[in-house]
Write a protein that binds this ligand. Structure first.
Ligand SMILES: *Cc1c(COP(=O)(O)O)cnc(C)c1O
Length: 391
Protein backbone atom coordinates (compact mmCIF):
# COMPACT_ATOMS: atom_id res chain seq x y z
CA UNK A 1 0.00 0.00 0.00
CA UNK A 2 1.36 3.44 -0.89
CA UNK A 3 1.66 6.13 1.75
CA UNK A 4 -1.07 8.06 -0.02
CA UNK A 5 -3.51 5.15 0.41
CA UNK A 6 -2.52 4.67 4.00
CA UNK A 7 -3.18 8.17 5.24
CA UNK A 8 -4.15 11.66 4.20
CA UNK A 9 -1.07 13.89 4.24
CA UNK A 10 -1.34 17.32 5.81
CA UNK A 11 0.04 18.82 2.61
CA UNK A 12 1.02 17.65 -0.86
CA UNK A 13 3.14 19.60 -3.36
CA UNK A 14 1.18 20.58 -6.47
CA UNK A 15 3.88 20.23 -9.16
CA UNK A 16 3.37 18.63 -12.55
CA UNK A 17 5.00 18.17 -15.98
CA UNK A 18 4.76 21.90 -16.74
CA UNK A 19 6.98 22.83 -13.82
CA UNK A 20 9.46 20.12 -14.83
CA UNK A 21 9.57 21.45 -18.38
CA UNK A 22 10.12 25.06 -17.28
CA UNK A 23 12.87 24.03 -14.85
CA UNK A 24 14.68 22.07 -17.56
CA UNK A 25 14.50 25.06 -19.87
CA UNK A 26 16.15 27.27 -17.28
CA UNK A 27 18.85 24.68 -16.60
CA UNK A 28 19.59 24.42 -20.32
CA UNK A 29 19.57 28.17 -20.84
CA UNK A 30 22.83 28.50 -18.93
CA UNK A 31 21.41 31.25 -16.65
CA UNK A 32 20.09 29.94 -13.32
CA UNK A 33 20.32 32.86 -10.91
CA UNK A 34 18.35 36.16 -10.97
CA UNK A 35 17.66 37.00 -14.59
CA UNK A 36 14.83 37.12 -17.15
CA UNK A 37 12.59 34.61 -15.33
CA UNK A 38 12.70 36.65 -12.12
CA UNK A 39 11.75 39.81 -14.06
CA UNK A 40 8.87 37.96 -15.73
CA UNK A 41 7.66 36.54 -12.42
CA UNK A 42 7.81 39.95 -10.75
CA UNK A 43 5.80 41.48 -13.51
CA UNK A 44 3.19 38.67 -13.60
CA UNK A 45 2.87 38.75 -9.83
CA UNK A 46 2.45 42.52 -9.87
CA UNK A 47 -0.40 42.15 -12.38
CA UNK A 48 -1.99 39.35 -10.37
CA UNK A 49 -1.98 41.29 -7.08
CA UNK A 50 -2.62 44.72 -8.67
CA UNK A 51 0.41 45.89 -6.71
CA UNK A 52 2.24 48.88 -8.15
CA UNK A 53 5.71 47.34 -7.75
CA UNK A 54 6.95 43.82 -7.01
CA UNK A 55 10.39 42.71 -5.84
CA UNK A 56 11.32 39.02 -5.67
CA UNK A 57 13.20 37.49 -2.71
CA UNK A 58 14.44 34.07 -1.67
CA UNK A 59 11.89 33.99 1.18
CA UNK A 60 9.06 35.93 2.74
CA UNK A 61 11.17 36.34 5.88
CA UNK A 62 13.90 38.03 3.82
CA UNK A 63 11.36 40.31 2.13
CA UNK A 64 9.98 41.47 5.50
CA UNK A 65 13.50 42.08 6.81
CA UNK A 66 14.31 44.25 3.79
CA UNK A 67 10.90 45.97 3.92
CA UNK A 68 11.63 47.17 7.47
CA UNK A 69 15.31 47.96 6.78
CA UNK A 70 14.38 50.07 3.75
CA UNK A 71 12.17 52.28 5.92
CA UNK A 72 15.12 52.70 8.27
CA UNK A 73 13.37 50.88 11.13
CA UNK A 74 15.89 50.08 13.88
CA UNK A 75 16.71 50.13 17.59
CA UNK A 76 14.22 52.13 19.66
CA UNK A 77 11.44 51.65 17.10
CA UNK A 78 8.39 49.51 17.81
CA UNK A 79 6.49 47.30 15.39
CA UNK A 80 3.00 46.15 16.42
CA UNK A 81 2.06 42.63 15.37
CA UNK A 82 0.28 39.43 16.44
CA UNK A 83 1.30 36.58 18.76
CA UNK A 84 -0.64 34.09 16.57
CA UNK A 85 1.92 33.85 13.77
CA UNK A 86 4.97 31.98 12.55
CA UNK A 87 8.24 33.02 14.17
CA UNK A 88 9.39 34.56 10.84
CA UNK A 89 7.15 37.60 11.35
CA UNK A 90 8.90 38.48 14.60
CA UNK A 91 12.37 37.57 13.32
CA UNK A 92 12.16 40.27 10.67
CA UNK A 93 11.59 42.84 13.45
CA UNK A 94 14.44 41.39 15.52
CA UNK A 95 16.84 41.45 12.55
CA UNK A 96 16.62 45.25 12.27
CA UNK A 97 17.00 45.64 16.04
CA UNK A 98 13.49 47.03 16.54
CA UNK A 99 11.11 45.90 19.30
CA UNK A 100 8.13 43.65 18.54
CA UNK A 101 4.98 44.70 20.42
CA UNK A 102 2.24 42.06 20.46
CA UNK A 103 -1.46 42.91 20.34
CA UNK A 104 -4.06 40.23 21.02
CA UNK A 105 -6.28 38.75 18.32
CA UNK A 106 -9.98 38.47 17.66
CA UNK A 107 -11.22 34.90 18.29
CA UNK A 108 -13.66 35.03 15.37
CA UNK A 109 -11.03 34.92 12.65
CA UNK A 110 -7.61 34.78 14.35
CA UNK A 111 -6.59 38.21 13.01
CA UNK A 112 -5.35 41.19 15.05
CA UNK A 113 -8.00 43.02 17.06
CA UNK A 114 -8.00 46.65 15.89
CA UNK A 115 -8.83 47.87 19.43
CA UNK A 116 -5.85 45.97 20.84
CA UNK A 117 -3.57 47.38 18.12
CA UNK A 118 -4.77 50.93 18.89
CA UNK A 119 -3.89 50.44 22.56
CA UNK A 120 -0.30 49.47 21.67
CA UNK A 121 0.43 52.63 19.68
CA UNK A 122 2.77 55.15 21.32
CA UNK A 123 5.39 57.65 20.11
CA UNK A 124 7.94 54.86 19.48
CA UNK A 125 5.58 52.93 17.16
CA UNK A 126 6.68 53.05 13.52
CA UNK A 127 5.03 50.10 11.75
CA UNK A 128 1.86 47.99 11.96
CA UNK A 129 2.52 44.41 10.82
CA UNK A 130 -0.78 42.52 10.48
CA UNK A 131 -0.77 38.82 9.48
CA UNK A 132 -3.61 37.36 7.41
CA UNK A 133 -4.26 34.36 9.63
CA UNK A 134 -4.79 31.22 7.50
CA UNK A 135 -5.21 33.47 4.44
CA UNK A 136 -8.29 35.28 5.81
CA UNK A 137 -7.74 39.02 5.13
CA UNK A 138 -7.40 41.39 8.09
CA UNK A 139 -9.58 44.50 8.21
CA UNK A 140 -7.08 46.47 6.13
CA UNK A 141 -9.22 49.59 5.87
CA UNK A 142 -9.27 50.05 9.65
CA UNK A 143 -5.58 49.19 9.94
CA UNK A 144 -4.58 51.70 7.28
CA UNK A 145 -6.77 54.44 8.78
CA UNK A 146 -5.14 53.84 12.16
CA UNK A 147 -1.71 53.98 10.52
CA UNK A 148 -2.50 57.27 8.76
CA UNK A 149 -3.75 58.85 11.98
CA UNK A 150 -0.44 58.06 13.69
CA UNK A 151 1.88 58.44 10.67
CA UNK A 152 2.86 54.76 10.65
CA UNK A 153 3.84 52.39 7.85
CA UNK A 154 1.86 49.20 7.20
CA UNK A 155 3.64 45.98 6.24
CA UNK A 156 1.29 43.03 5.68
CA UNK A 157 2.56 39.51 6.31
CA UNK A 158 0.60 37.92 3.47
CA UNK A 159 2.64 34.70 3.51
CA UNK A 160 -0.61 32.72 3.42
CA UNK A 161 -2.81 35.13 1.48
CA UNK A 162 -1.95 34.75 -2.22
CA UNK A 163 -5.23 35.17 -4.10
CA UNK A 164 -7.31 36.40 -1.15
CA UNK A 165 -9.32 39.57 -1.83
CA UNK A 166 -10.48 42.51 0.26
CA UNK A 167 -13.19 44.78 -1.16
CA UNK A 168 -12.72 43.33 -4.65
CA UNK A 169 -8.99 44.06 -4.69
CA UNK A 170 -6.36 41.35 -4.28
CA UNK A 171 -4.16 41.21 -1.21
CA UNK A 172 -0.99 42.97 -2.33
CA UNK A 173 -2.57 46.26 -3.36
CA UNK A 174 -3.82 47.74 -0.07
CA UNK A 175 -0.85 48.80 2.08
CA UNK A 176 2.61 50.39 1.84
CA UNK A 177 4.25 46.96 1.57
CA UNK A 178 2.94 43.40 1.40
CA UNK A 179 5.10 40.28 1.84
CA UNK A 180 4.25 36.91 0.26
CA UNK A 181 5.78 33.45 0.73
CA UNK A 182 6.36 30.72 -1.86
CA UNK A 183 7.60 28.20 0.69
CA UNK A 184 6.90 24.51 -0.03
CA UNK A 185 3.47 24.40 1.64
CA UNK A 186 1.98 27.74 0.49
CA UNK A 187 -0.67 28.22 -2.19
CA UNK A 188 2.09 29.02 -4.72
CA UNK A 189 5.44 27.32 -4.20
CA UNK A 190 8.87 27.92 -5.70
CA UNK A 191 10.49 25.55 -3.18
CA UNK A 192 11.64 28.60 -1.26
CA UNK A 193 10.81 32.14 -2.29
CA UNK A 194 9.06 35.38 -1.48
CA UNK A 195 7.79 38.61 -3.02
CA UNK A 196 7.24 42.12 -1.76
CA UNK A 197 4.64 44.31 -3.43
CA UNK A 198 4.68 48.01 -2.58
CA UNK A 199 3.30 51.38 -3.57
CA UNK A 200 6.33 53.66 -3.72
CA UNK A 201 8.74 53.44 -6.67
CA UNK A 202 11.87 54.66 -4.89
CA UNK A 203 11.15 52.37 -1.96
CA UNK A 204 10.80 49.42 -4.38
CA UNK A 205 14.16 50.30 -5.93
CA UNK A 206 15.78 50.46 -2.51
CA UNK A 207 14.29 47.07 -1.56
CA UNK A 208 15.61 45.59 -4.80
CA UNK A 209 19.10 47.02 -4.13
CA UNK A 210 19.13 45.70 -0.55
CA UNK A 211 18.03 42.25 -1.77
CA UNK A 212 21.34 41.99 -3.67
CA UNK A 213 24.24 43.28 -1.54
CA UNK A 214 23.10 46.90 -1.77
CA UNK A 215 24.67 46.87 -5.22
CA UNK A 216 23.97 49.90 -7.35
CA UNK A 217 24.47 50.03 -11.09
CA UNK A 218 23.22 53.65 -11.26
CA UNK A 219 26.77 54.90 -11.14
CA UNK A 220 27.32 52.81 -14.21
CA UNK A 221 25.37 55.31 -16.27
CA UNK A 222 28.17 57.77 -15.69
CA UNK A 223 30.65 55.36 -17.28
CA UNK A 224 28.27 53.86 -19.78
CA UNK A 225 30.69 53.25 -22.62
CA UNK A 226 33.14 51.33 -20.41
CA UNK A 227 31.43 47.90 -20.24
CA UNK A 228 28.97 46.50 -17.72
CA UNK A 229 31.38 45.42 -14.98
CA UNK A 230 31.04 48.53 -12.81
CA UNK A 231 28.92 48.75 -9.62
CA UNK A 232 29.07 50.59 -6.31
CA UNK A 233 28.06 49.60 -2.78
CA UNK A 234 26.39 52.66 -1.26
CA UNK A 235 24.80 50.85 1.68
CA UNK A 236 24.91 47.47 3.42
CA UNK A 237 22.66 44.96 1.65
CA UNK A 238 21.79 41.28 1.90
CA UNK A 239 21.99 38.14 -0.24
CA UNK A 240 18.26 37.61 -0.57
CA UNK A 241 17.67 37.47 -4.34
CA UNK A 242 15.40 34.92 -6.02
CA UNK A 243 16.86 32.52 -8.62
CA UNK A 244 15.55 32.03 -12.16
CA UNK A 245 15.00 28.37 -11.24
CA UNK A 246 12.57 29.41 -8.51
CA UNK A 247 10.93 32.09 -10.68
CA UNK A 248 10.32 29.54 -13.47
CA UNK A 249 8.35 27.46 -10.97
CA UNK A 250 6.55 30.56 -9.75
CA UNK A 251 5.39 31.52 -13.23
CA UNK A 252 3.72 28.14 -13.76
CA UNK A 253 2.31 28.06 -10.22
CA UNK A 254 0.82 31.53 -10.61
CA UNK A 255 -1.21 30.34 -13.59
CA UNK A 256 -2.76 27.62 -11.43
CA UNK A 257 -3.44 29.63 -8.29
CA UNK A 258 -7.00 30.70 -9.14
CA UNK A 259 -8.16 27.16 -9.95
CA UNK A 260 -6.27 25.81 -6.94
CA UNK A 261 -7.88 28.35 -4.62
CA UNK A 262 -11.31 27.59 -6.10
CA UNK A 263 -10.80 23.90 -5.27
CA UNK A 264 -9.67 24.87 -1.76
CA UNK A 265 -12.93 26.80 -1.32
CA UNK A 266 -14.92 23.76 -2.48
CA UNK A 267 -13.13 21.61 0.08
CA UNK A 268 -13.76 24.20 2.81
CA UNK A 269 -17.48 24.23 1.91
CA UNK A 270 -17.58 20.43 2.11
CA UNK A 271 -15.96 20.53 5.55
CA UNK A 272 -18.29 23.26 6.79
CA UNK A 273 -21.41 21.43 5.63
CA UNK A 274 -20.20 18.28 7.43
CA UNK A 275 -19.18 20.13 10.60
CA UNK A 276 -21.97 22.64 11.14
CA UNK A 277 -24.13 20.18 13.10
CA UNK A 278 -21.36 18.68 15.25
CA UNK A 279 -21.80 19.74 18.89
CA UNK A 280 -18.08 19.68 19.81
CA UNK A 281 -16.92 22.28 17.26
CA UNK A 282 -17.01 26.07 17.35
CA UNK A 283 -17.68 27.95 14.10
CA UNK A 284 -14.46 29.56 12.90
CA UNK A 285 -14.20 31.32 9.52
CA UNK A 286 -17.29 29.33 8.46
CA UNK A 287 -19.00 32.47 7.30
CA UNK A 288 -16.97 34.85 5.17
CA UNK A 289 -18.20 38.46 4.95
CA UNK A 290 -19.18 39.60 1.46
CA UNK A 291 -16.26 42.06 1.16
CA UNK A 292 -13.76 39.21 1.57
CA UNK A 293 -12.57 36.34 -0.62
CA UNK A 294 -10.72 33.73 1.43
CA UNK A 295 -8.05 31.66 -0.36
CA UNK A 296 -8.53 28.91 2.26
CA UNK A 297 -4.82 28.31 2.69
CA UNK A 298 -5.59 26.58 5.99
CA UNK A 299 -8.70 25.03 7.42
CA UNK A 300 -8.43 25.58 11.17
CA UNK A 301 -10.86 23.56 13.23
CA UNK A 302 -11.76 24.97 16.65
CA UNK A 303 -12.73 22.36 19.26
CA UNK A 304 -15.25 23.17 21.96
CA UNK A 305 -13.03 21.46 24.54
CA UNK A 306 -15.58 21.88 27.34
CA UNK A 307 -17.73 19.35 25.48
CA UNK A 308 -14.89 16.84 25.07
CA UNK A 309 -13.25 14.45 27.49
CA UNK A 310 -9.94 14.64 25.59
CA UNK A 311 -7.56 17.54 24.98
CA UNK A 312 -6.69 19.09 21.62
CA UNK A 313 -3.40 17.15 21.61
CA UNK A 314 -5.20 13.87 22.22
CA UNK A 315 -7.69 14.74 19.47
CA UNK A 316 -4.73 15.14 17.07
CA UNK A 317 -3.36 11.72 18.14
CA UNK A 318 -6.74 10.04 17.54
CA UNK A 319 -7.01 11.62 14.08
CA UNK A 320 -3.54 10.34 13.27
CA UNK A 321 -4.56 6.83 14.36
CA UNK A 322 -7.43 7.08 11.86
CA UNK A 323 -5.01 8.04 9.07
CA UNK A 324 -5.41 11.82 9.10
CA UNK A 325 -2.34 14.08 9.44
CA UNK A 326 -2.93 17.53 10.88
CA UNK A 327 -0.97 20.50 12.19
CA UNK A 328 -1.38 23.47 14.54
CA UNK A 329 -1.01 27.11 13.49
CA UNK A 330 0.65 28.49 15.50
CA UNK A 331 2.42 27.99 18.80
CA UNK A 332 1.98 31.55 20.14
CA UNK A 333 5.10 33.69 19.91
CA UNK A 334 5.06 34.45 23.64
CA UNK A 335 5.35 30.71 24.46
CA UNK A 336 8.75 30.36 22.74
CA UNK A 337 11.66 30.41 25.22
CA UNK A 338 13.75 32.92 23.22
CA UNK A 339 10.96 35.52 23.23
CA UNK A 340 9.80 34.73 26.78
CA UNK A 341 13.31 35.30 28.06
CA UNK A 342 13.95 38.41 25.99
CA UNK A 343 10.67 40.25 26.57
CA UNK A 344 9.34 38.69 29.79
CA UNK A 345 6.16 37.56 28.06
CA UNK A 346 4.20 34.87 29.89
CA UNK A 347 1.09 32.75 29.71
CA UNK A 348 -1.90 34.97 30.44
CA UNK A 349 -0.58 37.96 28.46
CA UNK A 350 -2.72 37.32 25.35
CA UNK A 351 -5.88 35.48 26.46
CA UNK A 352 -7.63 35.30 23.08
CA UNK A 353 -4.55 33.87 21.37
CA UNK A 354 -4.16 31.32 24.16
CA UNK A 355 -7.85 30.40 24.02
CA UNK A 356 -7.66 29.69 20.29
CA UNK A 357 -4.29 27.90 20.49
CA UNK A 358 -5.66 25.37 23.00
CA UNK A 359 -8.51 24.52 20.62
CA UNK A 360 -6.98 24.72 17.12
CA UNK A 361 -6.26 21.89 14.69
CA UNK A 362 -5.39 22.60 11.04
CA UNK A 363 -6.97 19.99 8.75
CA UNK A 364 -5.55 18.92 5.37
CA UNK A 365 -6.71 21.22 2.54
CA UNK A 366 -5.03 21.33 -0.88
CA UNK A 367 -6.21 21.16 -4.49
CA UNK A 368 -5.23 17.52 -5.14
CA UNK A 369 -7.49 16.25 -2.32
CA UNK A 370 -10.42 14.26 -3.72
CA UNK A 371 -13.94 14.42 -2.30
CA UNK A 372 -13.25 10.93 -0.92
CA UNK A 373 -10.17 12.26 0.93
CA UNK A 374 -12.24 15.13 2.34
CA UNK A 375 -14.94 12.73 3.48
CA UNK A 376 -12.33 10.54 5.14
CA UNK A 377 -11.03 13.52 7.13
CA UNK A 378 -14.53 14.74 8.01
CA UNK A 379 -15.71 11.33 9.23
CA UNK A 380 -12.52 10.90 11.29
CA UNK A 381 -13.26 14.23 12.99
CA UNK A 382 -16.86 13.20 13.59
CA UNK A 383 -15.83 9.80 14.98
CA UNK A 384 -13.19 11.14 17.39
CA UNK A 385 -15.51 13.88 18.63
CA UNK A 386 -18.60 11.71 19.10
CA UNK A 387 -16.64 9.00 20.89
CA UNK A 388 -15.30 11.52 23.39
CA UNK A 389 -18.30 13.77 24.02
CA UNK A 390 -19.15 14.67 27.62
CA UNK A 391 -22.82 14.92 28.48
C1 LIG B 1 5.39 30.66 6.10
C2 LIG B 1 5.25 31.92 6.81
C3 LIG B 1 6.25 32.90 6.80
C4 LIG B 1 7.62 32.64 6.26
O1 LIG B 1 7.71 32.47 4.90
P1 LIG B 1 9.14 32.06 4.29
O2 LIG B 1 8.94 32.24 2.82
O3 LIG B 1 9.40 30.65 4.68
O4 LIG B 1 10.14 32.99 4.83
C5 LIG B 1 5.99 34.12 7.37
N1 LIG B 1 4.81 34.38 7.97
C6 LIG B 1 3.84 33.46 8.04
C7 LIG B 1 2.54 33.82 8.70
C8 LIG B 1 4.03 32.19 7.49
O5 LIG B 1 3.07 31.26 7.62
Amino acid sequence: MSLKEQRIAFHEPQFSKEEEKELLEVLRSGWVTSGPKVSDFESSFKDFTKGLHAVAFNSCTASMHVALASWGIGPGDEVVTTPLTFCATIEAIEYVGATPVLADIDCNDGNLSIDEVAMCINPRTRVLLPVHYSGFPCELQEINILAQEHDLKVLEDAALAVGSMYYNKPIGSHSDAVAFSFYATKNISTGEGGMLTCKDKEYAEKCRRLSLHGMSKDAWKRYSDRGSWYYEIQELGFKYNMTDLAAALGLVQLEKVESGNARRREIADLYISRFSTLPFLKPFQWEVPSHIVHNRHLFPLVLDIDKLSISRNEFIERLYDLGVCTSVHYIPIHYHPYYKNKYGWKKGDFPNTEYLFERLISLPIYPSMTDVDVEKVASAVEKVGSENLVF
